[in-house]
Design a protein around this ligand. Structure first.
Ligand SMILES: Cc1cc2nc3c(=O)[nH]c(=O)nc-3n(C[C@H](O)[C@H](O)[C@H](O)COP(=O)(O)OP(=O)(O)OC[C@H]3O[C@@H](n4cnc5c(N)ncnc54)[C@H](O)[C@@H]3O)c2cc1C
Ligand SMILES: NC(=O)c1ccc[n+]([C@@H]2O[C@H](COP(=O)([O-])OP(=O)(O)OC[C@H]3O[C@@H](n4cnc5c(N)ncnc54)[C@H](O)[C@@H]3O)[C@@H](O)[C@H]2O)c1
Length: 450
């Protein structure tokens, strides 16, 4: 017989956002249960950001002539993932006052989550943070082969001689560069005509040159038609070409883990895409019908607002404010940032030129420049691109991209400008130390109409 337990809040999935919600609510004295079926912390610390950035740090040393994959593998296993166990994460969560329930959760009605034989009834509400898993594209032959995803590559103790990387999004480009720098023969394939197709084309060009210099072979504008595995190797057919490699890494996007969650039991209609949420992270499609008000929140990758750890954490804090009855501030993505940690880094805040044009809402101006004196000194190629809305006053930035060394740090200045709507006239009259990378922004600011 199933047991029923009343609590204030149930958090379903403990990725970065779920952990944030559980921890903050626990500290606030709320009776919160966090349900996790695998590892507290989710994809980022165990299979995503942290191991991939450890590989990138190792690849930097490899580029300087001291490749040591064993050291990278050991840091991932011992220091970062504790052999893929989550004790420190779980202890921190419980230390904050949350209750951790291990197992797979399912929604069995509004405010109701079942885990094994127990149904938790959440007086205030349920917060979903179920995240994603690697997508497997519908390519003929692929499903039956022993292809790798990010979840396999982070566990490697020995590298293959050759690999085809399918997908040139952030995962594909970061890992392609890492593997090439450790001496693996890498072919990077994407159906899109350029790397990082969501980002500015100027950034894609700089990155393509850098990857080519690292020895990565690029096969773009080419969907994979067929995959086969025989005699210890992969055969990947891409248009007219037949690629052969020891291994295949699939980095072709993510599948949202909204299937088999029981949302239909609570009349929440999901159309295969992300869960639509309002600025308080309430799921728009969820109506309890019991007069008890909103009952379902969602944070993280499943909301489609940017599949990044910092977005998931940010949304977690927003949802907590709403659950605690506070009056905001609510979610605002105008100045959301993202960084792809290749060398050069590709950093973006706000809108790209294409997104600003699509929105049609701006008197838009765009300016582009290189890395200026510092780029010349370091013999480094790169780009700064600014997207401005000039409909009022001297105008404000609504987006920017920086490709170059430390671009992830340089973008901080531009993120402040977008976030705080700093007038272009004020930005132009700042001091920019010579010869820094961020000084390149000054030249591009003067290229905007003034
Ligand atoms: C290789 C790689 C590199 C990345 N690098 C970066 C980076 O540098 N910077 C960055 O910001 N982002 C990066 N990301 C993205 C980042 O990992 C995610 O955006 C981040 O983990 C946030 O995800 P989330 O909060 O939606 O949940 P996730 O991290 O996906 O976690 C969801 C959790 O829910 C659990 N769960 C799911 N369903 C159930 C259920 N029914 N019952 C119980 N538990 C359930 C899962 O077990 C999991 O632990 C990277 C991702 C990958 C794959
Ligand atoms: N540094 C970071 O912050 C970082 C790093 C890695 C991942 N992430 C997050 O994880 C998300 C997922 O990353 P991703 O790189 O897997 O996904 P993605 O969706 O960004 O890129 C997938 C790529 O695969 C290509 N593709 C898909 N099917 C294909 C096919 N059949 N043939 C050829 N190409 C195909 C697509 O054109 C696309 O360019 C990212 O969008 C990002 O939000 C962030």
């Amino acid at each position: 017989m199933s047991e029923t337990v009343e609590v204030d809040v149930v958090v379903l999935g403990a990725g970065p956002g779920g952990e944030t919600v559980g921890g903050l609510l626990g500290k606030a004295g709320v009776d919160v249960v966090v349900v996790e079926e695998h590892l507290v912390g989710g994809e980022c610390p165990f299979y995503g950001c942290v191991p991939s950035k450890l590989m990138i740090a190792g690849a930097r040393r490899a580029a300087e002539g001291s490749p040591d994959w064993a050291h990278v593998a050991q840091r991932i296993r011992s220091d970062a993932t504790h052999d893929w166990t989550d004790t420190p994460f779980a202890e921190r969560l419980v230390g904050h006052g949350a209750r951790l329930v291990r197992g797979r959760g399912r929604i069995v009605g509004p405010r109701r989550v079942a885990v094994d034989g127990t149904t938790y009834v959440a007086r205030r509400g349920v917060v979903l943070n179920t995240g994603t898993r690697p997508a497997v594209p519908p390519v003929e032959g692929l499903a039956g082969t022993p292809f790798w995803t990010n979840r396999d590559i982070v566990r490697l103790t020995e590298l293959p001689g050759s690999i085809v990387v399918l997908g040139a999004g952030p995962i594909g480009v970061e890992l392609a560069q890492v593997l090439a720098r450790f001496g693996v023969a890498v072919t990077l394939v994407d159906q899109a005509p350029r790397l990082l197709p969501r980002d500015e084309p100027e950034a894609s060009r700089v990155l393509a040159e850098a990857l080519a210099a690292d020895g990565v072979r690029l096969v773009l504008s080419a969907g994979v038609d067929r995959v086969a595995h025989a005699d210890g190797g992969f055969v990947v057919e891409v248009g007219e070409e037949t690629l052969r490699a020891e291994r295949l890494l699939v980095a072709a996007g993510r599948t949202l883990q909204l299937d088999d969650l029981g949302l239909e039991a609570a009349d929440v209609v999901v159309d295969g895409g992300a869960l639509e949420v309002d600025e308080r992270m309430r799921v728009r499609a969820a109506t309890a019908g019991d007069g008890g008000g909103p009952w379902l929140w969602a944070v993280g990758d499943i909301t489609g607002k940017g599949a990044f750890t910092h977005v998931s954490n940010y949304q977690g804090r927003v949802a907590v404010r709403d659950l605690l009855g506070q009056d905001g501030p609510w979610a605002d993505y105008r100045a959301a940032t993202r960084v792809t940690y290749t060398e050069p880094e590709i950093a973006v805040v706000g809108l790209t030129e294409a997104q600003a044009r699509e929105s049609g809402a701006y008197a838009m101006e765009v300016a582009v420049g290189d890395l200026g004196a510092r780029g010349w000194l370091d013999e480094t190629d790169g780009v700064v691109k600014l997207v401005a809305d000039t409909s009022q006053g001297s105008g404000v930035l609504v987006g920017a991209t920086v490709a170059g060394p430390a671009a992830g740090e340089v973008i901080g200045l531009l993120a402040t400008a977008v976030h705080a709507r700093v007038p272009l006239a004020d930005l132009r009259t700042m001091h920019f130390a010579y010869p820094t990378y961020h000084r390149a922004i000054e030249t591009v600011l003067w290229r905007l109409p003034h």
